[in-house]
Design a protein around this ligand. Structure first.
Ligand code: MV4
Length: 449
């Protein structure tokens, strides 16, 4: 087992990893930017190194500085968390070159799944259902022919993308040229890779993803699905739950089987997520995320497992520790994300001082957060300041519990998503379950969206 793990991240996930390591008797090394000098992850780790100024390019994305910290501290592993360097194949490779274990899948798998057109082709070859579409498009004329063949509406996607950047809906041939140019320009600007592919637009699908886990002995398991259909127009998730409500058991079983097949097709190791679009009884592979996800606690609460500890064990070369009992869902879990942003201003990030912070409690409530009263929300990073997760025997009970948890929560000084999360938990449409990805944009549903 590792003796010392460096955490190449900040915020709540850095704390989450410090805690998992500490619980396993492993020493921890934090890295931090100048804007995070007083941050909780710095205080809780055994050691901490400043890796540069606030802007991420000069600190949390600064590979030489992070690696130097790991080498000076004598860390034998690096956990990248999510975001930042978590899906950077080059970083995973550089860690290996320095005899430091990257806690995640291999660089080859990260690169393969990071290229969305390649990932889709690999999954189609493994008989995982994908949306009808075309591979990389070299010209507008090729896009026109492909769209004609598939039939409108279609969706242009950036192969370097994911998360919706460089994506354009095209409803007729007259819209294609403009959409092609803007999607290409957006992809080029964001990823320095303007390559596009195209697929049939699935209208009003649900976003359901499956947690998978593989070890170095070729065992691959799934830990069920999470329903993440409640997303902001920017594709950021706001509410996640497990199991997915109103899902026919045949569809659920197919999702689980497809996810395991997908992970096995690439000899997947460590924690991963297979994202699907679900429309009626049809399921389509969308993307694979080769990291621990923000919403992983939903699965942890529903199943009663520790996914981060398992990541560490598997990276250290141990076999998966999950038993048959571990792999059965026991409760219904719901997570809401509390972001420092103004729901009335298109969810614009709200920087400022948190003058008051009160989090909820109780045996079924978990709060993953790095903030306390008096903290400043720095402008450089993601606006998420807390996740509240609850679990109960039934979905109805879980919603009641979340309503109570949100009623106890008080955050003052900056605008947050608490109010809209309260509205969602009180909404009869959400209570019915099975909402699609356009849920927050339904006409007049939420005054603030
Ligand atoms: C789609 C789709 C409909 N049809 N692909 C959104 C981000 C990226 N991961 C892929 N996304 C989508 N791909 C086809 N063929 C709809 C979306 C989509 C979406 C997916 C999940 C959750 C929220 C979403 C919001 C808008 C669009």
């Amino acid at each position: 087992m590792f003796k010392k793990i460096l955490i190449a991240n900040r915020g709540e996930i850095a704390l989450r990893i410090v805690r998992a390591a500490r619980d396993m008797g492993i020493l921890t090394v934090a890295v931090f930017s100048e804007a995070d000098r007083d941050a909780a992850h710095v205080r809780l780790a055994d050691q901490a190194f400043c890796i540069g100024p606030g802007p991420v390019a000069r600190s949390y994305l600064n590979i030489p500085n992070i690696l130097s910290a790991a080498l000076i501290a004598g860390a034998d592993a690096i956990h990248p968390g999510y975001g930042f360097l978590a899906e950077n194949a080059r970083f995973a490779e550089i860690c290996a070159d320095h005899d430091i274990t990257f806690i995640g899948p291999t660089p080859e798998v990260i690169a393969k799944m990071g290229d969305k057109a390649t990932a889709k082709r690999v999954m189609a070859e493994a008989h995982v259902p994908t949306t009808p579409g075309a591979g990389i498009l070299d010209t507008l004329e090729e896009a026109e022919r492909a769209a004609e063949r598939i039939g409108y509406p279609v969706l242009l996607k950036a192969t370097a993308g994911g998360g919706g950047k460089g994506m354009r809906e095209v409803r007729s041939v007259s819209e294609l040229a403009t959409a092609y140019q803007t999607a290409q320009a957006e992809a080029e600007a964001n990823f320095k890779d303007g390559r596009l592919y195209l697929e049939k637009l699935i209208e009003r699908p649900r976003h359901i993803e499956v947690q998978v886990f593989g070890d170095r002995f070729g065992r691959v398991v799934h830990l069920g699905e999470r329903d993440c259909s409640v997303q902001k127009p920017s594709h950021q998730k706001l509410v996640e739950e497990a199991p997915a409500p109103q899902l026919p058991s045949a569809v659920r079983e197919r999702l689980h089987a497809m996810a395991v097949a997908a992970a096995k097709a690439v000899n997947y190791t460590n924690a991963g997520t297979i994202e699907f679009l679900v429309s009626g009884n049809d399921v389509y592979f969308m993307e694979m995320n080769t990291r621990i996800q923000v919403e992983h606690p939903v699965t942890e609460m529903a199943y009663g497992v520790d996914l981060v500890a398992e990541q560490i064990r598997v990276a250290a070369g141990e076999p998966l520790s999950f038993t048959e009992e571990d792999l059965r869902p026991k409760r219904h879990a719901i997570e809401v994300r509390i972001n420092a942003e103004d729901a009335h201003k298109n969810f614009a990030p709200a920087a400022g001082v948190l003058s008051r912070v009160v989090f909820p409690g109780g045996p079924a409530v978990r709060v993953d957060s790095h903030v306390t009263a008096g903290d400043i929300v720095p402008p450089y990073y993601d606006s998420m300041i807390a996740k509240i997760i609850v679990a109960a025997p039934t979905r109805e009970d879980a919603i009641l519990c979340m309503q109570r948890a949100l009623a106890e929560t008080e955050i003052e000084g900056v605008h947050t998503t608490i109010d809209i999360c309260r509205e969602i938990m009180a909404d009869p449409v959400f209570a019915d379950g099975g909402v699609a990805i356009d849920y927050l944009q339904r006409p007049h549903a939420f005054a603030s969206v």
